[in-house]
Write a protein that binds this ligand. Structure first.
Ligand SMILES: [Cu+2]
Length: 163
């Protein structure tokens, strides 16, 4: 009988872990009434960045045709020469790795390379600085945004989701 004891403990664990994975497959996407109202016509987005090389949001949800006002804050203290951050929104299907490599070479233009890959971008910010940009949401789809300061995009990137 002794050899059965481990199974008695393991079986309930298996059962509960299966239940958990089922829950993870269906994330809650319901919006409250208040959020649905703010998804009309215009939307204000505040995106924070910090000295730990992070954006505080990895997904920005908007609707096609909405007018977006986006404020990027650098809430850290470090100078932009060592911990500079920007928000650069790329067109669909841009090769992010190739773009980021090209951006590193564009130091004289705040790491915004020449070309037609970019929809919109902010200034390069140091600690305590902010920049606000306004643009129209592009057509439905998923768009990558990133910080193009050298070495940052691996951690500092996300998706603009246009519904
Ligand atoms: Cu950065």
């Amino acid at each position: 009988m002794k050899f059965l004891y481990p199974f008695i403990f393991i079986l309930p664990l298996l059962f509960f872990s299966c239940q958990n994975t089922n829950e993870k497959k269906e994330p809650e996407m319901k919006l409250s009434a208040k959020e649905q109202i703010t998804l009309e016509k215009e939307i204000n987005i505040i995106l924070n960045s910090d000295d730990l090389m992070r954006f505080d949001k990895n997904i920005l949800l908007v609707q096609s045709g909405q007018k977006i006002t986006l404020t990027l804050n650098h809430i850290g203290k470090m100078d932009k020469s060592i911990m500079g951050h920007n928000f650069v929104l790329l067109k669909k299907d841009v090769d992010v790795i190739a773009f980021a490599e090209k951006a590193v070479l564009a130091k004289n233009n705040e790491y915004i390379p020449e070309g037609d890959e970019v929809i919109v971008y902010t200034k390069l910010l140091g600690g305590g600085e902010s920049d606000t940009i306004t643009f129209d949401a592009p057509e439905k789809g998923y768009y990558t945004y990133l910080c193009t300061f050298p070495g940052h995009w691996g951690l500092m990137k996300g998706k603009l989701v246009v519904k």
